[in-house]
Design a protein around this ligand. Sequence first.
Ligand code: SF4
Length: 200
Amino acid sequence: MQRLRELSRRVEAVYGEMADTFSGYQRASGLTCRDSCGECCTQTTIEATVLEALPLALHLFDQGKAEQTLTQLEELPEVSGCFFYQRLSFDGKQGHCTVYQQRPSICRMFGAAGYRDKQGQASLSVCKVIKADKLEKYQQHLIMLTANPPPMMMSIKEQVSQLDYELGNKHYPINQAFKLALEKVLLKAYYSSFDGEQIA
Ligand code: SF4
């Protein structure tokens, strides 16, 4: 269990850096999300690794909610939006993340982030809502890509995944990643209780 906690602290340290880089870029560029927009969270194609979901799984365990949450995740339909998204409008486009502090790294890059295109050139990925709201700003930042490059998604993905090859390299539908992370934490806690290892 101590190993998982140490690993989780290291993942969270990368998340701390992301707050400076990704959120910082989004704020400085003006390519920020619309208030209460949750369109990204409603997508059923979001994927994460078990490692990305580890801080949340440990947080739920510490709150005594791991088993209950695991059961709820197991009851979800195979294809579904993120379990932790709270809809605030009928169409689901308005809402908020109920686990914002512990959300996986993929969620921290929603909105605007850099990527490499098929030719290996740096480019800017901006969600369709921000593009529609702030087309001029988006175009300006495309023009200024070389002078003001956005933080790259791949470099953060690698920074997280290299912390643990086994847990950090395979991507799953996001609810599946949460489920596997919770199973891992609960299993470790179970064996730690026999070893006399402190769970906290
Ligand atoms: S964890 Fe939070 S930010 Fe990520 S998809 Fe779910 S609701 Fe959205």
